[in-house]
Write a protein that binds this ligand. Structure first.
Ligand SMILES: [Ca+2]
Ligand SMILES: [Ca+2]
Ligand SMILES: [Ca+2]
Length: 567
């Protein structure tokens, strides 16, 4: 999924919702009003409950398909033949015990028809089968392939296993002395972190009012999973980082020489032109996961760098996005594992997360792969926060934001307006600052070279603001449910300027959320958002993304030693 405002955003792939790059996934479902788990797939409805080829962008369709997820009916799964009850981490399914009687024949038939060979890859946490075809299928062939296998009575759905991308941009920053207008009140905590004055998102009038909330809690006792590009060592973050896991199964995008492993270190996601797609541009590593993690739980009051929204919370880094992005099937397994669920071949999670941040997404209808994983996450009580995407379009077209069962976050700027890249619509629950967000990164343009800081734009940056606020809420009230969290966030939000049909309830407000949660305050008066002038044209937006002087990203890197010009 891609959440980028990149002028050349490759829709093929879903991109991580990072600075300005929002992946947009659609929901044909309309706004989820509650956290109800996705409906169970009935035979009658099952055709609609997965990613369809027609819901994907033309670029994606043109790129072709060679990886699919086959989801089985509950009846078929219950019929058995597979030792699903084996201890976690010991049973690794194979093709022969993953395919049920009769499916093999259908696979053979469609393979022969399309002149390909289907290969088993693995079984997911939801007991679906990931397969690849020996060559890429066209959109038309993929439709045939999916239809042929779907006709089997044991199969609930077949959908492409799409790759979501993480696309982050470093934002131009003209000076370290950017005005800080912390709204200090008696109750506010003012940290000594050197870049704190630039963290407008925390302390400005249109920010999330974190300093006032910190007087009550700083997030102790709460774990937030960050499913992203992994993590790098960083002195402003390390003490808050738990051992995570690397869910990338495909060594060619993992860059660590193997499949899944216990080391979620971000190996860098730089790309050379034409490698990830025929027309893809070269790009530098963005250390997206480290940036997101820093926004949530960077160490506060250490006279260094930034402060996280919940600086005493812990981060569980789960790597699912590699070079070119990450597969739905890996992301979905990471979600289930984050919440304490079982994933075969992966040791049990000894630090289940109460909150899961997904700063990623992409176009298309909600995949069954996500529906099932989100249902499991909801059942286990973890609160899922999902970026709306950076495509300046309705979020109904962006998955997993359109899957329901999560809190969907749009982005706002320093003026309290919807960010020009942010997706919108009724699916967005709440917005949060996502423009010029300073956080932790590595300074390497390819591999890691050392810790630094930079600003990024994107709903990828907005979602962790909300994940951090929920961590503060959860710290105060460990019994907080996802439904209640959403309700309180909406009730306590600050007004925002929305120039489209809907941007969610407003700008998330940490201080007011804690007050509402603790019953100290009625909901604040909430004037109807002003309607802003019509949104500028796409051409006008392009200049926003890149430094107009140098036409280069990044123009500067912000390091503990000051600004380093980009190359
Ligand atoms: Ca690996
Ligand atoms: Ca690894
Ligand atoms: Ca710090």
């Amino acid at each position: 999924m891609s959440f980028t405002t990149h002028p050349s955003s490759r829709r093929i792939a879903r991109v991580a919702l990072s600075m300005g790059t929002a992946a947009a996934l659609v929901a044909s479902l309309g706004a989820p009003a509650t956290f109800a788990a996705p409906a169970q797939t009935s035979n009658a409805a099952r055709a609609a409950a997965h990613t369809t080829i027609s819901s994907l962008s033309s670029d994606q369709q043109k790129a072709g398909f060679n990886r699919f997820v086959i989801t089985y009916t509950d009846d078929a799964l219950n019929a058995g033949g597979i030792n699903w009850a084996s201890p976690a981490g010991t049973h690794v399914a194979t093709w022969s015990d993953s395919l049920y009687s009769g499916i093999t024949a259908d696979v053979q038939k469609i393979d022969d028809l399309l002149n390909v060979k289907t290969n088993y890859v693995r079984t997911t946490s939801q007991k679906a089968t990931v397969v690849t075809t020996s060559s890429k299928l066209t959109a038309e062939q993929a439709e045939k392939y999916m239809a042929a296998l779907s006709s089997n009575a044991s199969v609930a759905s077949v959908e492409p296993d799409l790759m979501r991308r993480s696309s982050a941009r470093r934002q131009a920053t003209s000076t370290l002395a950017k005005a800080a207008s912390a709204s200090k009140t008696q109750a506010a905590v003012t940290p000594n972190d050197t870049l704190y004055p630039q963290q407008w998102n925390l302390h400005d009038a249109k920010g999330i009012s974190a300093p006032e909330a910190w007087a009550t809690t700083q997030g102790s006792g709460v774990t937030v999973a960050v499913i992203d590009s992994g993590i790098v060592k960083h002195p402003d973050l390390d003490a808050n980082v738990l051992p995570g896991y690397d869910f990338i199964t495909e060594p060619s995008i993992a860059r660590d020489g193997n499949g899944r492993d216990a080391d979620p270190t971000d190996q860098g996601n730089w790309e050379e032109a034409g490698v990830c797609a025929a027309d893809s541009e070269a790009s530098e590593s963005n250390w997206h996961g480290t940036h997101v993690a820093g926004s949530i739980a960077a160490i506060m009051n250490n006279k260094r760098g930034i402060a996280g929204v919940a600086p005493n919370a812990k981060i569980l880094p789960l790597r699912a996005l590699g070079m070119c992005g990450g597969y739905d099937s890996d992301i979905a397994d990471a979600m289930v594992w984050a919440a304490g669920g079982t994933v075969e071949g992966v040791p049990a999670n000894t630090h289940p997360a109460q909150i899961i941040n997904l700063s990623l997404g992409g176009e298309g209808t909600c995949p069954a792969t996500y529906s099932k994983a989100i249902a499991e996450v909801n059942k286990r009580g973890a609160i899922l926060v999902v970026a709306a995407g950076n495509d300046d379009q309705d979020t109904s077209k962006i998955a997993p934001a359109n899957c329901g069962g999560s809190i969907v976050v749009g982005s706002t700027n320093q003026k309290g307006q919807r960010s020009d890249f942010s997706n919108y619509g009724k699916i967005v629950d709440v917005s949060a600052p996502g423009d010029g967000i300073m956080s932790t990164v590595d300074l390497g343009t390819t591999v890691s070279t050392g810790a630094g800081y930079t600003e990024y734009d994107g709903t990828s940056m907005a979602a962790p603001q909300v994940a951090g606020i929920i961590a503060l809420m959860k710290s105060v009230d460990p019994s907080l449910t996802a439904d209640r969290a959403k309700q309180v966030l909406k009730q306590s939000a600050k007004p925002l300027t929305c120039n489209v049909n809907a941007c969610g309830a407003g700008i998330a407000n940490a201080a007011s959320a804690l007050e509402v949660l603790q019953g100290k305050n009625a909901a604040p008066a909430h004037p109807k958002p002003k309607r802003a002038p019509k949104y500028p044209t796409r051409a006008a937006r392009t200049g926003y993304v890149t430094n107009p002087t140098t036409n280069h990203n990044p123009p500067f890197l912000i390091t503990p030693h000051g600004l380093i010009p980009g190359q």
